[in-house]
Design a protein around this ligand. Structure first.
Ligand SMILES: Nc1nc2c(ncn2[C@@H]2O[C@H](COP(=O)(O)OP(=O)(O)OP(=O)(O)O)[C@@H](O)[C@H]2O)c(=O)[nH]1
Ligand SMILES: [Mg+2]
Length: 329
């Protein structure tokens, strides 16, 4: 069955598509055809066909890269204070989120499967940098195993669901189920301990596209969602307040603290902080800063967290975010 009224450009592109043997070029041309095609009921079928072809070619070219001398997709070198992966169904808004929170560029588009390789970017949060990684969608079709490997290594999972669709609850279950198939179990923050072969991943659930009028009715239901055990927040790339709130939530989700150091008799210097896990004691912190000094340490003085203005604390004191410590031997 031939859909009516396809413009001449479309057929020209289709010819080029048949003639080229280059996979990347084929993908580009299919995208072009998709863009040229008038969007109505008569072309729905064909649109679907093109999208499937694009996804298939992308997964093929991915396989080639993995086997060939291309970059190692199984592992993204860690940078900054933590590694956070963006996980969700096709079209859930992962690439748009990456671009909003970092300076990285990742293709975002209104058709599914637009991302086919991992794209890392650095997000500034106050005085530290946090690494975000955009990933191809997790879905029943075409999710390559390296995607799950990257998720397994991350410190925090941002699980995205598109609130502009009434299917968001199904999408949520679907994504969680796919991850479980690959032995990844999403948990509350701070529960990254592996149990046997199952990787437990601290998770923050994010409902996206709240600015879309279609999201209106779903936001309320989403907030009161009680099937999941992890923290929940909402997001829109067009809402600066939500952008900031998400950054804050990511920082909290990583369960890290920043500490600064001070030398006796000198002024406080807000240099680059040391980033340590939540729950670190003064002694453990000192070991990271200066091992020999730590071993000789008798006590520390502390500034910060309102209560402290140079008071003496013992080695087992638990450091708070933004504390300034001065080691005394
Ligand atoms: N209104 C609105 N649209 C959004 C928002 N975030 C993403 N979109 C749109 O949703 C579509 C999909 O966004 P992407 O960022 O490409 O989604 P993705 O999850 O990376 O998709 P895949 O790579 O295919 O898995 C695009 O048309 C975006 O412009 C948002 O906050 N508000
Ligand atoms: Mg994407």
């Amino acid at each position: 069955m031939m859909p009516a009224n396809l413009p001449p450009d479309y057929y020209a592109a289709e010819r080029r598509y048949r003639e080229t043997g280059n996979v990347q070029e084929k993908i580009e041309i299919l995208r072009e055809m998709l863009a040229i095609m008038p969007k109505h009921k008569g072309t729905e079928h064909l649109q679907g066909d093109l999208k499937r072809k694009i996804a298939k070619l992308q997964s093929q070219s991915q396989k080639k890269q993995v086997r060939g001398s291309g970059p190692n997709l199984d592992h993204i070198p860690r940078e900054g204070a933590g590694q956070v992966v963006l996980v969700g169904m096709p079209n859930s808004g992962k690439s748009s989120m990456l671009m909003k929170l970092t300076h990285a560029h990742s293709e975002a588009a209104d058709y599914p499967f637009s991302t086919f390789k991992p794209v890392p970017g650095m997000m500034s949060f106050e005085d530290i940098q946090i690494q975000l990684i955009d990933l191809p969608p997790v879905s029943e079709r075409y999710t390559e195993s390296w995607v799950f490997n990257i998720i397994r290594l991350a410190d925090l999972v941002l699980l995205l669901v598109d609130l502009s669709t009434d299917q968001f609850e199904n999408h949520l279950s679907e994504t969680i189920a796919r991850l479980e198939d690959h032995k990844i179990s999403l948990r509350r923050e701070g529960e990254n301990k592996p149990q046997g072969t199952i990787a437990h991943k601290s998770t923050l659930l994010v409902g996206t596209k709240t600015d879309n009028p279609l999201s209106l009715n779903n936001v309320e239901n989403f907030r009161s969602i009680d099937r999941v055990d992890f923290p929940v927040c909402t997001f829109s790339i067009h809402d600066p307040q939500k952008v900031n709130a998400l950054k804050e939530a990511i920082f909290k989700g990583l369960r890290i603290i920043r500490i600064y150091t001070k030398t006796p008799g000198e002024k406080i210097k807000y240099d680059q902080p040391y980033v340590l896990p939540l729950g670190t004691t003064v002694f453990q912190g000192a070991m990271v800063i200066h091992k020999e000094l730590a071993e000789k340490m008798k006590y520390a003085r502390l500034w910060g967290s309102d209560k402290y203005h140079g008071q003496r604390v013992e080695r087992d004191y638990v450091i708070q975010d933004r504390d300034i410590i001065e080691i005394h031997t």
